[in-house]
Design a protein around this ligand. Structure first.
Ligand code: NAP
Length: 263
């Protein structure tokens, strides 16, 4: 079974470690390749996938651009406007979004409960989180550096645009911005606005414990790091490709080993 990931750059992806561990654990002969794909080469790459791959993941900056190149896009991926998983059904390429259910599984696994979520960010990842939380019955307030993007997201999914102050009333605060990734000293919300109970979830997983999560913990919140979402979106993709339940613990270990190696 030939699998892989399309992105640019894609060299630091942890997905190969997870999926190779899953293939090995189930005794499935296969491969999972890093397929570095600059946006201008996406059309050719998709033709290659159609000919020789069972499925691929799609990551930055191709998750939106890939939609028009597919034969079918599942409704959740269409609503989110992004595809992170493609399956090849006899030459027909079908796009899915497993980021949204992957996020939901990660917070469920961590025992997150509540009604009101404060969402930081309005990019592709925030759209997936907004879709997931709304579908699970949460009331979602959104805040973004560029207000116009928060307004567009709010209009698309029936959310409220809110100032930092509203976070104090939330049961769950989610960082779906890229803040903390390239600048570990930064945080997307000043600690003074964090609630004093509830949960904080960060999509950023490098470092695993971001400043946002450290400050949330200090404020008394239970925290959920971004590795859970990475794991579950991968597990759901693996199931789509193989039709078999993903070996979660093997995938988790693959991920942890890759981290141990400084991936
Ligand atoms: P994106 O579409 O480029 O959106 C980036 C978001 O971050 C925008 O809301 C942007 O605000 C905000 N932002 C960037 N720099 C900022 C700054 N200095 N101050 C305030 N806001 C800033 O990216 P994305 O695809 O949504 O990804 C966002 C993050 O989620 C990334 O770190 C990515 O690695 C992570 N992610 C994790 C998983 C996982 O499995 N754990 C899955 C998907 C994504 P503006 O609109 O103002 O530019």
């Amino acid at each position: 079974m030939r699998l892989g990931i399309l992105g640019h750059p894609v060299g630091h992806s942890l997905s190969p470690a997870m999926h190779r561990a899953a293939l090995a654990a189930l005794g499935i002969a296969g491969s999972y390749d890093l397929l570095d794909t600059p946006p201008e080469a996406l059309g050719d790459r998709i033709a290659e996938v159609r000919k020789g791959f069972r499925g691929v993941n799609v990551t930055v900056p191709l998750k939106e651009a890939v939609l028009p190149l597919l034969d079918e896009v599942r409704p959740e991926a269409r609503a989110i406007g992004a595809v992170n998983t493609v399956v090849n059904e006899g030459g027909r390429l079908i796009g899915h979004n497993t980021d949204a259910p992957g996020f939901l599984r990660s917070i469920e696994e961590a025992g997150v409960r509540g009604r009101r979520a404060f969402l930081l960010g309005a990019g592709g990842a925030a759209r997936a989180v907004a879709y997931a939380l709304k579908g699970a019955g949460w009331e979602v307030w959104v805040h973004n550096r560029t207000r116009a993007r928060a307004e567009a997201l709010a209009a698309a999914f029936g959310l409220e645009v809110a100032p930092f102050e509203a976070a104090r009333e939330a049961d769950l605060v989610v960082n779906a911005t890229a803040v903390g990734l390239d600048d570990p000293a930064s945080t997307p919300i000043p600690a003074a606005f964090l609630p004093r109970k509830g949960y904080a979830a960060d999509l950023v997983y490098r470092p695993v414990k971001t400043r946002f999560l450290r400050e949330a913990e200090a404020a008394g919140l239970a925290v959920v790091d971004g590795l859970g979402m990475l794991l579950w979106q991968g597990a759901l993709a693996f199931r789509i490709w193989t039709g078999r339940p993903a070996p979660i613990e093997a995938m988790r270990r693959g991920l942890e080993d890759a981290f141990g190696r400084g991936a």
